[in-house]
Design a protein around this ligand. Sequence first.
Ligand SMILES: [Zn+2]
Length: 377
Amino acid sequence: MRVGKIFGIDIVINLSWLFIFAFVAWALADVGPFRDVSMLPAQRVTLGIITALLFFGSVLAHELAHSLVARSRGIPIKQITLFMFGGVSNLEGEPGTAPVEAWISFVGPLTSLVLGAIFFSLSLLLGPRTPLGVATEYLGYANIVLGIFNLLPAFPLDGGRVLHALVWRITKSRYRATQIAAGIGRLLAGLFILYGIFATLYFGFDNALSGLWMVFIGWFLLQAGTAEETHAELEHALQGLTAADIAEAPPVALPADATADVVLQTMMRTGRRAFPVMLGDRLLGIVSLGDFVKLGDRPPGAAYVTSLMTRLEDLHSVTPTTQATDVLKLFSQTGVAQIPVIDAGGQLVGFVTRENILRRLPLHRDLRRIAPASPQV
Ligand SMILES: [Zn+2]
């Protein structure tokens, strides 16, 4: 759900965020820091909501810090997503050098720590037993925790990315750095999970919730770290290859006057999901299984393929010499299932599918088993 735009960056909130927001507002007002402060019920609720809003504003400030520094280093930002565990800045590219990565990663926790110090100072000014004093003290505490937690060297947390940048600087290999940082991240995530299980089993019900929360965070870190590592392995495996190298030859072309039932029959016969549509030797577009939603109520025998297909001018396509790593980027940006490779003369050279790219992964893993990744000294 899009809620607004700050500095030209879309701010999107996940539904889980609304749930957590309600929970935080309730917990603050009812069982949290305001419990011992004498206030009217209405004041209590209002202050709970305001404090929750300021807390999420703090999370947003943390993400904005990442995003604005990244943009100042030439990395475009599409959006910031706020969800259950905090926020994610969607960078549309990767930092080109280790110092840039370190700075982009570090500035988020730094912002949180500075905000924490500001809120703590405010709470001292406002007095420890006043409602506003308690609220700012809580916000100071929350920001410090946010800053310190994110500085843990558990990739892909910010601290893990700083570690990644350091290893990258030392080994001169970004890929090697990802392997090492992801390995340490897995170890820490595993410790989180083990500790969470231990706390849940031995420390009684009061600690069971925070124990389960630890397990949840550990599991989340494990997932996120593995996803980043797989992406890095893919990029590494695709290094030096072009779209033409990884494309598969186009299947039989369909003539422009083919009807939808012919398309379905061809799909079933060949087991492929996308076909070029040609008029003579001119490529008009591509029809894929997903295009059948455009069929509507029409009987498949009465609908021409040209009314279903995605037209050439609307397609995300690449040229044979496009770097395979750029094709990978296009996949993650567009979410399409296949990308046609079209040469300068407008001829369809082939398709790259997600499977074509993923197929490179086991091959690469096997190769690594045969050849050591770094020279032995
Ligand atoms: Zn961060």
